[in-house]
Ligand binder design. Structure first.
Ligand code: ATP
Length: 358
């Protein structure tokens, strides 16, 4: 297995920007995800790692080997494409064996390796089926087996689940994770689906408009987003505008649109934020951290009118109007009466759950 390093990599398509200054080190055996909306540069970055595009500037290394302008077939990477790119007229066996035949392996070895792969992806007994006789999920597993059979140092996956329905997508993401852990293979995964990225990855790189916004563990990115974009792209959040009103020890007071002062912790600020009295700041408050107030007396309790009440059985979700803002809250159903639209509600925002996101 191999680490992957991108050193100040840029890609331009004529005058158009593809990606700008991607600088990352992916550890050997890591599951690393490129996450972002359509057009943010995920696929371009992956294609440079595969060798389908060469960078306009910068260097790419696998371990200590420089591969910046090495062609794809000499890189020893396995790739799964969004549409799988299988050969429809060939059988499962022939599809998986393809890369081994190109490499001129003996028949016995090819047979052994393909069978081992079919077992690994749970397709034993399907060798003679044609691709067009398989379900979407099974085709996806053939594509994975075909990428893995050549024993690549690095596995590259470009939106591999996007053609599957929601339930199968969830099952298959566990399957991919299981395979990755079993093989210990360095895996780079491209998706625009934040739940997929959060549940599978060791680390995530969040991209927007060809630029890296943040690199971190799912936990870091969720709890310590560096800016508004990351805060709102990853999970749901309330983004409130406020003005820094003052400081006390390790706490900071912020005036919000209702005129009320909320207290947060200085340490919960993105490195991109300067907390200065009188300056505007964005507060990111996750819905699950907002609680219906037990006494109405706790610090950081706001009062508002319920705009939307949602009872899902397991949870009670409210959207509440507070000053000029709305506050979305989400809590486990503890059997309390559910408020209705128009009711007054008091909501407590614990000070440690306020994050200053820029
Ligand atoms: N071959 C190309 N020629 C010109 N521009 C390109 C080419 N490939 C990508 N781009 C541009 O580079 C930018 C990044 O595209 P890229 O395909 O990497 O985004 P993405 O995040 O993978 O999006 P998606 O999820 O829609 O595939 C976009 O602005 C895109 O228009």
């Amino acid at each position: 297995m191999s680490s992957v390093t991108l050193e100040h990599v840029h890609k331009r398509f004529g005058q158009a920007k593809g990606v700008e200054d991607v600088h990352i080190h992916i550890e050997s055996g890591e599951f690393f995800t490129f996450l972002g909306p359509s057009g943010c540069g995920k696929t371009t970055t992956l294609r440079m790692i595969a060798g389908f595009y060469f960078p306009t500037e910068g260097q790419i290394r696998f371990g200590s080997r420089e591969v910046t302008s090495v062609p794809p077939h000499k890189r020893n990477t396995g790739m799964v494409f969004q549409n799988y790119a299988l050969f429809p007229h060939m059988t499962v066996f022939e599809n998986i064996a393809f890369g081994l035949q190109v490499r001129k392996l003996s028949r016995t070895e090819t047979q052994e390796r393909v069978e081992k792969m079919m077992k690994l992806v749970r397709l034993e007994g399907y060798g003679e089926r044609r691709i067009d006789q398989l379900s979407g999920g099974q085709q996806q597993r053939v594509a994975l087996a075909r990428a893995l059979v050549i024993e690549p140092q690095i596995l590259l996956l470009d939106e591999p689940l996007s053609n599957l329905d929601a339930k199968l997508r969830e099952e298959t993401r566990f399957e991919i994770k299981r395979l990755q852990l079993e093989l210990g293979i360095t895996t780079i995964y491209v998706t625009h689906d934040q739940a997929e990225a959060m549940s599978m990855s060791d680390r995530i790189m969040v991209m927007q408009s060809g630029e890296v916004q943040q690199i971190g563990t799912p936990h870091d990115i969720y709890h310590r987003p560096v800016n508004r974009f990351v805060a709102s792209f990853i999970g749901e959040t309330n983004l409130w505008e406020g003005t820094v009103a003052g400081f006390e020890g390790d706490e900071v007071q912020v005036r919000v649109s209702s005129g009320q002062i909320l207290t947060g912790l200085k340490k919960n600020a993105s490195p991109q934020v300067r907390l200065v009295a009188g300056e505007k700041v964005t507060l990111s408050i996750r819905p699950e951290s907002v609680m219906e107030s037990a006494t109405g007396e706790e610090a950081n309790t706001v009062t508002g009118a319920v705009v939307l009440a949602e009872f899902t059985g397991a949870c009670v979700n409210y959207v509440t109007s507070v000053g000029d803002e709305q506050l979305r809250s989400m809590s486990i159903n503890l059997g309390r009466p559910v408020k209705q639209r128009g009711d007054t509600i008091k909501l407590h925002i614990p000070k440690e759950s306020i994050y200053f996101a820029g």
